[in-house]
Design a protein around this ligand. Sequence first.
Ligand SMILES: CC(C)(COP(=O)(O)OP(=O)(O)OC[C@H]1O[C@@H](n2cnc3c(N)ncnc32)[C@H](O)[C@@H]1OP(=O)(O)O)[C@@H](O)C(=O)NCCC(=O)NCCS
Length: 154
Amino acid sequence: MPRLLTSLPSQPSTVAALDTDEPTIASQTEWFKHHDNRHPVLVAMRAGEVVGWASLSAWSAKRGYDGTAEASVYVSPDYHNSGIGTKLLQALIERARVIGLHSVIARISSTNETSLRLTRRCGFSDVGTMKESGFKFGGYVDVVMLQLILDNAT
Ligand SMILES: CC(C)(COP(=O)(O)OP(=O)(O)OC[C@H]1O[C@@H](n2cnc3c(N)ncnc32)[C@H](O)[C@@H]1OP(=O)(O)O)[C@@H](O)C(=O)NCCC(=O)NCCS
């Protein structure tokens, strides 16, 4: 389990997510502490090993935003392109409905075409692009914001 705790949730080596620090047990434990029944972490298992995860995180500490959460999905590279990411995001959306959330947001680097396609396929619509709002590997990163309003989702 420690290997999974330190290797799965953060991605310091790609611009897919804007983590820049190598994860540690302490940082990942802190990450888990910010998740609860309203902000769950789902995992995908293959042969007893965690190969992917999806989470809903609080969008803002301000109570007026309680009906909105941010979705994240990660699948271990060895298991890409076999439908796990899609299943995780679909399960996460279903969980968000059960929890009673109104809206789910995703922020995705504009160059991350696989993730953009996956997120749009699951019903999210583009809100807009936040130009140069991230910075990694010495360069600014444009970030696309997408949203799914659950009341209107099919
Ligand atoms: C984005 C990410 C979660 C996608 O995970 P994944 O498990 O590869 O996703 P899926 O397999 O469901 O879909 C990926 C592609 O495989 C295709 N696919 C799914 N099942 C397939 C199968 N059985 N055979 C062939 N292709 C398949 C999908 O149609 C999709 O094609 P597309 O890219 O042309 O749209 C994964 O690439 C990842 O973890 N990236 C790094 C982190 C990241 O970017 N996270 C998102 C930002 S929060």
